[in-house]
Design a protein around this ligand. Structure first.
Ligand SMILES: Cc1cc2nc3c(=O)[nH]c(=O)nc-3n(C[C@H](O)[C@H](O)[C@H](O)COP(=O)(O)O)c2cc1C
Length: 407
Protein backbone atom coordinates (compact mmCIF):
# COMPACT_ATOMS: atom_id res chain seq x y z
CA UNK A 1 0.00 0.00 0.00
CA UNK A 2 2.56 2.52 -1.18
CA UNK A 3 -0.02 5.32 -1.55
CA UNK A 4 -2.05 4.80 1.57
CA UNK A 5 -3.30 8.07 3.04
CA UNK A 6 -2.57 9.96 -0.20
CA UNK A 7 -5.20 11.95 -2.07
CA UNK A 8 -4.95 12.07 -5.84
CA UNK A 9 -7.12 14.36 -7.94
CA UNK A 10 -7.42 12.83 -11.40
CA UNK A 11 -8.34 15.18 -14.24
CA UNK A 12 -9.63 13.18 -17.21
CA UNK A 13 -9.35 14.92 -20.59
CA UNK A 14 -11.28 14.18 -23.77
CA UNK A 15 -9.21 11.71 -25.75
CA UNK A 16 -9.47 8.13 -26.88
CA UNK A 17 -7.12 7.13 -24.05
CA UNK A 18 -9.74 8.21 -21.47
CA UNK A 19 -10.71 4.55 -21.08
CA UNK A 20 -7.27 3.91 -19.57
CA UNK A 21 -8.12 6.41 -16.82
CA UNK A 22 -10.56 3.80 -15.49
CA UNK A 23 -7.74 1.31 -14.99
CA UNK A 24 -5.57 4.08 -13.54
CA UNK A 25 -8.21 4.80 -10.87
CA UNK A 26 -8.23 1.11 -9.96
CA UNK A 27 -4.44 0.87 -9.80
CA UNK A 28 -4.14 3.98 -7.62
CA UNK A 29 -6.85 2.76 -5.24
CA UNK A 30 -5.25 -0.71 -5.05
CA UNK A 31 -2.20 1.04 -3.62
CA UNK A 32 -4.24 2.81 -0.99
CA UNK A 33 -4.78 6.23 -2.61
CA UNK A 34 -8.09 8.06 -2.37
CA UNK A 35 -8.93 9.15 -5.92
CA UNK A 36 -11.29 12.00 -6.72
CA UNK A 37 -12.04 12.73 -10.38
CA UNK A 38 -12.72 15.78 -12.51
CA UNK A 39 -13.92 15.12 -16.07
CA UNK A 40 -13.91 17.62 -18.90
CA UNK A 41 -16.99 17.90 -21.06
CA UNK A 42 -15.10 16.18 -23.87
CA UNK A 43 -14.01 13.34 -21.55
CA UNK A 44 -17.67 12.52 -21.01
CA UNK A 45 -17.96 11.77 -24.73
CA UNK A 46 -15.53 8.90 -24.23
CA UNK A 47 -16.36 7.45 -20.80
CA UNK A 48 -19.22 8.13 -18.41
CA UNK A 49 -19.15 9.84 -15.01
CA UNK A 50 -21.10 6.80 -13.84
CA UNK A 51 -18.20 4.37 -14.37
CA UNK A 52 -15.65 6.90 -13.11
CA UNK A 53 -17.74 7.43 -9.96
CA UNK A 54 -18.21 3.71 -9.44
CA UNK A 55 -14.48 3.01 -9.68
CA UNK A 56 -13.39 6.00 -7.62
CA UNK A 57 -16.19 5.53 -5.07
CA UNK A 58 -16.64 9.29 -4.95
CA UNK A 59 -18.65 12.07 -6.55
CA UNK A 60 -17.34 12.97 -10.01
CA UNK A 61 -16.87 16.69 -10.64
CA UNK A 62 -17.69 18.03 -14.09
CA UNK A 63 -18.97 21.62 -13.85
CA UNK A 64 -17.30 24.83 -12.83
CA UNK A 65 -20.67 26.39 -12.09
CA UNK A 66 -22.16 23.57 -10.09
CA UNK A 67 -24.00 25.18 -7.17
CA UNK A 68 -23.89 22.03 -5.11
CA UNK A 69 -20.21 21.40 -5.69
CA UNK A 70 -19.21 25.07 -5.33
CA UNK A 71 -20.95 25.18 -1.99
CA UNK A 72 -19.57 21.83 -0.97
CA UNK A 73 -16.02 21.82 -2.25
CA UNK A 74 -15.44 24.38 -5.00
CA UNK A 75 -12.62 24.38 -7.51
CA UNK A 76 -10.16 25.97 -5.11
CA UNK A 77 -10.67 23.43 -2.33
CA UNK A 78 -10.83 20.60 -4.84
CA UNK A 79 -7.37 21.55 -6.07
CA UNK A 80 -5.95 22.06 -2.58
CA UNK A 81 -7.26 18.97 -0.83
CA UNK A 82 -5.24 16.65 -3.06
CA UNK A 83 -1.59 15.76 -2.53
CA UNK A 84 -1.10 15.59 -6.29
CA UNK A 85 -3.07 16.31 -9.45
CA UNK A 86 -2.76 13.83 -12.30
CA UNK A 87 -4.02 14.75 -15.76
CA UNK A 88 -4.63 11.57 -17.77
CA UNK A 89 -5.17 11.68 -20.62
CA UNK A 90 -3.73 15.19 -20.93
CA UNK A 91 -5.13 16.49 -24.20
CA UNK A 92 -3.35 19.01 -26.41
CA UNK A 93 -6.14 21.36 -25.39
CA UNK A 94 -5.60 20.97 -21.62
CA UNK A 95 -1.86 21.46 -22.06
CA UNK A 96 -2.49 24.61 -24.09
CA UNK A 97 -4.93 25.96 -21.52
CA UNK A 98 -2.63 25.48 -18.57
CA UNK A 99 0.42 26.76 -20.46
CA UNK A 100 -1.52 29.95 -21.17
CA UNK A 101 -3.33 30.34 -17.88
CA UNK A 102 -6.84 29.74 -19.19
CA UNK A 103 -9.47 28.64 -16.69
CA UNK A 104 -12.83 28.50 -18.42
CA UNK A 105 -13.95 25.09 -17.20
CA UNK A 106 -13.58 23.08 -14.00
CA UNK A 107 -10.52 21.06 -15.12
CA UNK A 108 -8.50 24.09 -16.22
CA UNK A 109 -9.64 26.20 -13.24
CA UNK A 110 -8.53 23.47 -10.82
CA UNK A 111 -5.15 23.20 -12.56
CA UNK A 112 -4.60 26.95 -12.40
CA UNK A 113 -5.73 27.25 -8.79
CA UNK A 114 -3.65 24.45 -7.33
CA UNK A 115 -0.63 24.73 -5.11
CA UNK A 116 0.15 21.00 -5.47
CA UNK A 117 2.40 19.13 -7.93
CA UNK A 118 0.83 18.39 -11.31
CA UNK A 119 1.67 15.29 -13.35
CA UNK A 120 0.50 15.15 -16.97
CA UNK A 121 0.25 11.99 -19.07
CA UNK A 122 -0.23 13.35 -22.60
CA UNK A 123 -2.16 11.37 -25.19
CA UNK A 124 -2.70 12.60 -28.69
CA UNK A 125 -2.08 12.07 -32.36
CA UNK A 126 1.67 12.27 -33.23
CA UNK A 127 1.08 15.36 -35.37
CA UNK A 128 -0.66 17.11 -32.49
CA UNK A 129 2.20 16.12 -30.17
CA UNK A 130 4.94 17.32 -32.53
CA UNK A 131 3.12 20.52 -33.54
CA UNK A 132 5.28 23.53 -32.64
CA UNK A 133 2.42 24.90 -30.48
CA UNK A 134 2.25 21.72 -28.36
CA UNK A 135 6.05 21.61 -28.15
CA UNK A 136 6.08 25.22 -26.92
CA UNK A 137 3.37 24.44 -24.40
CA UNK A 138 5.30 21.49 -23.06
CA UNK A 139 8.44 23.58 -22.57
CA UNK A 140 6.38 26.26 -20.80
CA UNK A 141 4.66 23.74 -18.56
CA UNK A 142 7.96 22.07 -17.66
CA UNK A 143 9.43 25.46 -16.81
CA UNK A 144 6.37 26.03 -14.59
CA UNK A 145 7.14 22.81 -12.72
CA UNK A 146 4.60 20.48 -14.33
CA UNK A 147 5.91 16.90 -14.52
CA UNK A 148 5.30 14.57 -17.44
CA UNK A 149 4.86 10.81 -17.74
CA UNK A 150 5.35 9.91 -21.40
CA UNK A 151 4.02 10.00 -23.98
CA UNK A 152 5.38 6.83 -25.53
CA UNK A 153 5.56 5.59 -29.07
CA UNK A 154 3.09 3.29 -30.67
CA UNK A 155 0.12 2.66 -32.89
CA UNK A 156 -2.57 5.31 -32.71
CA UNK A 157 -6.29 4.67 -32.60
CA UNK A 158 -6.45 6.23 -36.07
CA UNK A 159 -5.60 3.43 -38.46
CA UNK A 160 -2.21 3.58 -40.09
CA UNK A 161 -0.80 6.24 -37.77
CA UNK A 162 2.07 5.61 -35.41
CA UNK A 163 4.62 7.69 -33.54
CA UNK A 164 5.02 9.72 -30.35
CA UNK A 165 1.83 10.62 -28.53
CA UNK A 166 0.53 7.40 -27.06
CA UNK A 167 -0.38 7.66 -23.38
CA UNK A 168 1.90 5.57 -21.18
CA UNK A 169 0.31 2.60 -19.43
CA UNK A 170 -1.47 3.18 -16.09
CA UNK A 171 1.25 1.35 -14.14
CA UNK A 172 3.87 3.74 -15.48
CA UNK A 173 1.72 6.67 -14.35
CA UNK A 174 1.36 5.02 -10.93
CA UNK A 175 5.18 4.70 -10.72
CA UNK A 176 5.51 8.42 -11.53
CA UNK A 177 2.92 9.23 -8.85
CA UNK A 178 4.85 7.15 -6.30
CA UNK A 179 8.06 8.96 -7.23
CA UNK A 180 6.45 12.38 -6.96
CA UNK A 181 4.92 11.53 -3.62
CA UNK A 182 8.16 9.81 -2.64
CA UNK A 183 6.03 6.83 -1.74
CA UNK A 184 7.57 3.76 -3.38
CA UNK A 185 9.37 0.98 -1.52
CA UNK A 186 12.90 1.94 -0.41
CA UNK A 187 14.90 -1.31 -0.37
CA UNK A 188 18.16 0.60 -0.92
CA UNK A 189 17.74 3.04 1.98
CA UNK A 190 21.08 3.49 3.73
CA UNK A 191 23.05 2.02 0.81
CA UNK A 192 25.69 4.11 -0.92
CA UNK A 193 25.98 3.58 -4.67
CA UNK A 194 28.38 5.17 -7.15
CA UNK A 195 27.29 5.60 -10.77
CA UNK A 196 29.37 6.94 -13.66
CA UNK A 197 27.68 8.30 -16.77
CA UNK A 198 28.33 10.03 -20.09
CA UNK A 199 31.48 10.23 -22.18
CA UNK A 200 34.85 11.59 -21.19
CA UNK A 201 36.57 14.38 -23.10
CA UNK A 202 40.29 13.95 -23.58
CA UNK A 203 41.92 17.24 -24.55
CA UNK A 204 44.13 17.43 -27.63
CA UNK A 205 44.82 21.12 -27.08
CA UNK A 206 42.86 23.87 -25.27
CA UNK A 207 40.08 23.85 -27.92
CA UNK A 208 39.96 20.29 -29.26
CA UNK A 209 39.19 16.98 -27.62
CA UNK A 210 38.62 13.28 -28.25
CA UNK A 211 35.14 12.09 -27.29
CA UNK A 212 32.44 9.52 -28.08
CA UNK A 213 28.70 9.48 -28.70
CA UNK A 214 27.54 8.62 -25.17
CA UNK A 215 24.67 10.92 -24.10
CA UNK A 216 24.58 9.95 -20.42
CA UNK A 217 20.89 9.00 -20.71
CA UNK A 218 21.34 5.41 -19.50
CA UNK A 219 23.70 6.29 -16.63
CA UNK A 220 21.54 9.20 -15.44
CA UNK A 221 18.43 6.99 -15.62
CA UNK A 222 20.17 4.38 -13.45
CA UNK A 223 21.18 7.02 -10.90
CA UNK A 224 17.54 8.22 -10.81
CA UNK A 225 16.16 4.68 -10.44
CA UNK A 226 18.58 3.88 -7.59
CA UNK A 227 17.69 7.11 -5.79
CA UNK A 228 14.03 6.23 -6.21
CA UNK A 229 14.69 3.00 -4.30
CA UNK A 230 16.22 5.04 -1.49
CA UNK A 231 19.94 4.72 -2.30
CA UNK A 232 22.38 7.48 -1.46
CA UNK A 233 23.65 7.96 -5.03
CA UNK A 234 26.88 9.68 -6.08
CA UNK A 235 26.84 10.28 -9.82
CA UNK A 236 30.12 11.07 -11.55
CA UNK A 237 29.17 12.48 -14.93
CA UNK A 238 31.25 13.29 -17.97
CA UNK A 239 30.19 16.25 -20.15
CA UNK A 240 26.52 15.72 -21.12
CA UNK A 241 23.66 17.89 -22.32
CA UNK A 242 21.03 16.49 -19.93
CA UNK A 243 20.13 17.82 -16.47
CA UNK A 244 21.44 16.38 -13.20
CA UNK A 245 18.96 13.83 -11.82
CA UNK A 246 16.82 15.08 -8.94
CA UNK A 247 17.89 13.84 -5.51
CA UNK A 248 21.30 12.66 -6.69
CA UNK A 249 24.64 14.08 -5.62
CA UNK A 250 26.24 14.79 -9.02
CA UNK A 251 29.85 15.70 -9.70
CA UNK A 252 30.95 16.83 -13.16
CA UNK A 253 34.27 15.78 -14.63
CA UNK A 254 35.86 15.97 -18.03
CA UNK A 255 38.72 13.48 -18.41
CA UNK A 256 38.99 9.78 -17.52
CA UNK A 257 41.66 10.61 -14.95
CA UNK A 258 39.30 13.07 -13.20
CA UNK A 259 36.52 10.47 -13.31
CA UNK A 260 38.70 7.84 -11.64
CA UNK A 261 39.78 10.29 -8.93
CA UNK A 262 36.17 11.30 -8.21
CA UNK A 263 35.08 7.66 -8.04
CA UNK A 264 37.91 6.71 -5.67
CA UNK A 265 37.04 9.66 -3.43
CA UNK A 266 33.55 8.25 -3.03
CA UNK A 267 34.78 4.84 -1.81
CA UNK A 268 33.81 2.93 0.29
CA UNK A 269 30.40 2.23 -1.21
CA UNK A 270 27.99 -0.70 -1.23
CA UNK A 271 27.79 -0.85 -5.02
CA UNK A 272 29.26 0.84 -8.08
CA UNK A 273 27.75 0.93 -11.56
CA UNK A 274 30.12 2.01 -14.31
CA UNK A 275 27.97 3.17 -17.19
CA UNK A 276 30.21 5.97 -18.51
CA UNK A 277 31.82 5.46 -21.89
CA UNK A 278 35.34 6.24 -20.71
CA UNK A 279 37.86 6.99 -23.45
CA UNK A 280 40.39 4.16 -23.68
CA UNK A 281 43.14 6.53 -24.73
CA UNK A 282 44.22 10.09 -24.16
CA UNK A 283 46.90 12.24 -25.69
CA UNK A 284 50.39 11.47 -24.44
CA UNK A 285 50.89 15.23 -24.14
CA UNK A 286 48.00 17.58 -24.69
CA UNK A 287 49.27 20.81 -26.21
CA UNK A 288 49.21 23.90 -23.98
CA UNK A 289 48.39 26.11 -26.97
CA UNK A 290 46.08 25.52 -29.91
CA UNK A 291 47.86 23.39 -32.50
CA UNK A 292 48.31 25.61 -35.57
CA UNK A 293 47.80 24.58 -39.13
CA UNK A 294 51.11 25.38 -40.78
CA UNK A 295 51.31 25.42 -44.57
CA UNK A 296 53.44 22.59 -45.90
CA UNK A 297 53.87 20.90 -42.51
CA UNK A 298 50.95 18.45 -42.87
CA UNK A 299 48.66 17.16 -40.10
CA UNK A 300 50.06 16.60 -36.59
CA UNK A 301 50.72 13.07 -35.43
CA UNK A 302 48.56 12.38 -32.37
CA UNK A 303 50.47 10.23 -29.91
CA UNK A 304 48.17 8.49 -27.44
CA UNK A 305 48.57 6.59 -24.17
CA UNK A 306 46.16 4.33 -22.32
CA UNK A 307 43.71 5.83 -19.86
CA UNK A 308 43.11 4.39 -16.40
CA UNK A 309 40.62 1.52 -16.42
CA UNK A 310 38.15 2.70 -13.76
CA UNK A 311 36.14 -0.53 -13.67
CA UNK A 312 39.24 -2.69 -13.21
CA UNK A 313 40.69 -0.25 -10.65
CA UNK A 314 37.56 -0.47 -8.48
CA UNK A 315 37.05 -4.19 -9.21
CA UNK A 316 40.43 -4.91 -7.61
CA UNK A 317 40.43 -2.06 -5.07
CA UNK A 318 41.14 -2.60 -1.38
CA UNK A 319 37.88 -0.74 -0.73
CA UNK A 320 36.02 -2.72 -3.42
CA UNK A 321 32.23 -2.31 -3.13
CA UNK A 322 30.28 -5.53 -2.53
CA UNK A 323 28.72 -5.23 -5.96
CA UNK A 324 30.65 -3.98 -8.98
CA UNK A 325 28.78 -3.61 -12.27
CA UNK A 326 30.31 -2.57 -15.57
CA UNK A 327 28.71 -1.75 -18.92
CA UNK A 328 30.25 -3.15 -22.06
CA UNK A 329 29.33 -1.38 -25.27
CA UNK A 330 30.36 -3.74 -28.02
CA UNK A 331 29.88 -3.86 -31.75
CA UNK A 332 30.86 -7.53 -32.13
CA UNK A 333 31.22 -10.78 -30.12
CA UNK A 334 29.00 -9.25 -27.46
CA UNK A 335 28.79 -12.09 -24.97
CA UNK A 336 32.35 -13.41 -25.37
CA UNK A 337 33.75 -9.90 -24.80
CA UNK A 338 31.47 -9.35 -21.80
CA UNK A 339 32.50 -12.66 -20.22
CA UNK A 340 36.17 -11.81 -20.72
CA UNK A 341 35.60 -8.39 -19.14
CA UNK A 342 33.85 -9.94 -16.15
CA UNK A 343 36.94 -11.95 -15.28
CA UNK A 344 39.62 -9.44 -16.19
CA UNK A 345 38.06 -6.48 -14.42
CA UNK A 346 36.93 -8.14 -11.21
CA UNK A 347 33.27 -7.27 -11.85
CA UNK A 348 30.20 -9.11 -10.54
CA UNK A 349 27.99 -8.20 -13.46
CA UNK A 350 28.64 -6.93 -16.97
CA UNK A 351 25.69 -5.30 -18.70
CA UNK A 352 26.44 -5.92 -22.35
CA UNK A 353 24.80 -3.75 -24.96
CA UNK A 354 25.17 -4.02 -28.67
CA UNK A 355 25.90 -0.55 -30.00
CA UNK A 356 26.46 -1.64 -33.59
CA UNK A 357 24.39 -0.04 -36.35
CA UNK A 358 22.56 -3.29 -36.98
CA UNK A 359 21.57 -3.75 -33.31
CA UNK A 360 18.00 -3.34 -34.56
CA UNK A 361 17.31 -0.38 -32.29
CA UNK A 362 15.81 2.50 -34.23
CA UNK A 363 16.34 6.24 -34.31
CA UNK A 364 19.55 7.36 -32.67
CA UNK A 365 20.81 3.82 -32.02
CA UNK A 366 21.73 2.82 -28.47
CA UNK A 367 24.27 5.61 -28.01
CA UNK A 368 22.31 8.82 -27.74
CA UNK A 369 18.96 7.08 -28.35
CA UNK A 370 16.08 6.36 -25.97
CA UNK A 371 16.03 2.57 -26.03
CA UNK A 372 18.37 -0.22 -25.14
CA UNK A 373 18.60 -3.98 -25.32
CA UNK A 374 20.99 -5.55 -22.86
CA UNK A 375 22.27 -8.86 -21.63
CA UNK A 376 23.17 -9.35 -18.01
CA UNK A 377 26.36 -11.37 -17.88
CA UNK A 378 27.33 -12.62 -14.42
CA UNK A 379 28.93 -15.63 -12.77
CA UNK A 380 25.41 -17.05 -12.61
CA UNK A 381 25.05 -17.05 -16.40
CA UNK A 382 23.57 -14.83 -19.07
CA UNK A 383 20.15 -13.23 -18.86
CA UNK A 384 18.75 -11.60 -21.97
CA UNK A 385 16.42 -8.62 -21.45
CA UNK A 386 14.06 -7.58 -24.25
CA UNK A 387 14.38 -4.18 -25.89
CA UNK A 388 12.94 -1.49 -23.62
CA UNK A 389 13.32 2.18 -22.79
CA UNK A 390 16.47 3.25 -20.95
CA UNK A 391 14.27 4.17 -17.98
CA UNK A 392 12.91 0.62 -17.87
CA UNK A 393 16.42 -0.87 -18.11
CA UNK A 394 17.37 1.43 -15.23
CA UNK A 395 14.39 0.40 -13.09
CA UNK A 396 15.08 -3.30 -13.63
CA UNK A 397 18.78 -2.93 -12.93
CA UNK A 398 18.05 -0.96 -9.74
CA UNK A 399 15.75 -3.79 -8.56
CA UNK A 400 18.46 -6.33 -9.38
CA UNK A 401 20.98 -4.30 -7.35
CA UNK A 402 18.52 -4.15 -4.43
CA UNK A 403 18.09 -7.92 -4.66
CA UNK A 404 21.86 -8.57 -4.79
CA UNK A 405 22.49 -6.25 -1.85
CA UNK A 406 19.82 -8.12 0.05
CA UNK A 407 17.55 -5.09 0.30
C1 LIG B 1 -12.74 10.73 -31.61
C2 LIG B 1 -11.90 11.81 -31.03
C3 LIG B 1 -10.71 11.50 -30.43
C4 LIG B 1 -9.89 12.49 -29.88
N1 LIG B 1 -8.72 12.14 -29.28
C5 LIG B 1 -7.93 13.10 -28.76
C6 LIG B 1 -6.71 12.75 -28.14
O1 LIG B 1 -6.34 11.57 -28.03
N2 LIG B 1 -5.93 13.73 -27.66
C7 LIG B 1 -6.29 15.04 -27.74
O2 LIG B 1 -5.51 15.88 -27.31
N3 LIG B 1 -7.44 15.40 -28.31
C8 LIG B 1 -8.28 14.47 -28.81
N4 LIG B 1 -9.46 14.83 -29.42
C9 LIG B 1 -9.84 16.23 -29.46
C10 LIG B 1 -10.37 16.66 -28.10
O3 LIG B 1 -11.46 15.85 -27.72
C11 LIG B 1 -10.78 18.13 -28.18
O4 LIG B 1 -9.64 18.94 -28.40
C12 LIG B 1 -11.48 18.58 -26.90
O5 LIG B 1 -11.83 19.92 -27.02
C13 LIG B 1 -10.59 18.39 -25.70
O6 LIG B 1 -11.26 18.87 -24.56
P1 LIG B 1 -10.62 18.78 -23.12
O7 LIG B 1 -9.19 19.17 -23.23
O8 LIG B 1 -11.43 19.76 -22.34
O9 LIG B 1 -10.83 17.40 -22.64
C14 LIG B 1 -10.30 13.84 -29.95
C15 LIG B 1 -11.51 14.15 -30.56
C16 LIG B 1 -12.31 13.17 -31.10
C17 LIG B 1 -13.60 13.56 -31.73
Amino acid sequence: MTLSGKHVLLVIGGGIAAYKALDLIRRLRERGAAVRCVMTEAAQQFITPLSVGALSADHVFTDLFDRQAEHDVGHIRLSREADLIVVAPATADLMAKLANGLANDLASAVLLATNKPVLMAPAMNPRMWTHPATRRNRVTLEADGVRFAGPGKGEMAESGEAGDGRMVEPLEIVAAVETLLDAGAKPLAGKKVIVTSGPTHEPIDPVRYLANRSSGKQGHAIATALARLGADVRLVSGPVAIPDPAGVDTIHVERAQDMREAVEQFLPADAAVFVAAVADWRMADSAGEKIKKIAGKGPPLLQMVENPDILATVGHHEKRPRLVIGFAAETQNLVANAEAKLKKKGADIIVANDVSHDSGIGAGGVMGGERNRVRIVSHKGIEEWPEMSKDEVAARLASLIAERLGG
